[in-house]
Design a protein around this ligand. Structure first.
Ligand code: 5GP
Length: 176
């Protein structure tokens, strides 16, 4: 079977939902500046769209994570491969994630960032695989709940490919 993609969420639906989330974030945070912390690499299109959907002052920064789990520990840890530059102490921070799967990454990232004393810390995820959750994760803003299938596009990759697609698609026929 050759590799193929089937559109799951169209570009139009993504943009409509992100506009709503942007307004909601501004309503929840009030007039203060919002610091968007993009989790690289997959959240880059969501960061770009969300940053333009939030009225008022918005700052953007980036983190990149290396996750270690599996054999050694069932809980896993996250380590920052790239840290943010902006000092988030006393700031209203929103972590911008591509997808929440098991919930492990976001749970540990939230814990780590809380030690840096932001005024508030929220999570926005473009996609949520609620059936795959093994760790109860707190996620304030969800673009779309999706079934437990491997998806690509809108920042998500398969072997670094497909990130540039403006829609989310289910990938079929991929060989490991
Ligand atoms: P979690 O710690 O929630 O299990 O991991 C979330 C991460 O797993 C995402 O940031 C993403 O990198 C990866 N991931 C989970 N599901 C998918 C998927 O369907 N497609 C792609 N491309 N990556 C996924």
């Amino acid at each position: 079977m050759s590799e193929s993609t089937t559109v799951l969420i169209s570009e139009e639906d993504l943009q409509k939902r992100i506009a709503e989330i942007g307004q909601q974030i501004r309503a929840d945070i009030g007039d203060a500046p919002v610091v968007l912390l993009c989790v690289l690499k997959g959240a880059f299109p969501f960061l770009a769209d969300l940053s333009r959907a939030i009225p008022g002052e918005v700052l953007v920064d980036f983190v990149q994570i290396s996750s270690y789990d599996g054999e050694k520990s069932s809980t896993g840890v996250v380590k920052l491969k790239k840290d943010h530059d902006i000092n988030i102490e006393g700031k209203h921070v929103v972590i911008v994630e591509d997808i929440i799967d098991t919930g492990l990454t976001i749970t540990h990232l939230r814990e780590l960032l809380m030690t840096r004393k932001p005024a508030s810390l929220r999570v926005a995820a473009a996609l949520n695989k609620f059936e795959a959750r093994t760790h109860p994760a707190q996620v304030e803003y969800i673009g779309f709940d999706i079934p437990n299938k491997f998806v690509v596009g809108y920042g998500l990759d398969y072997k670094e490919r497909y990130r540039q697609l403006p829609f989310v698609a289910v990938l079929e026929g991929a060989t490991e």
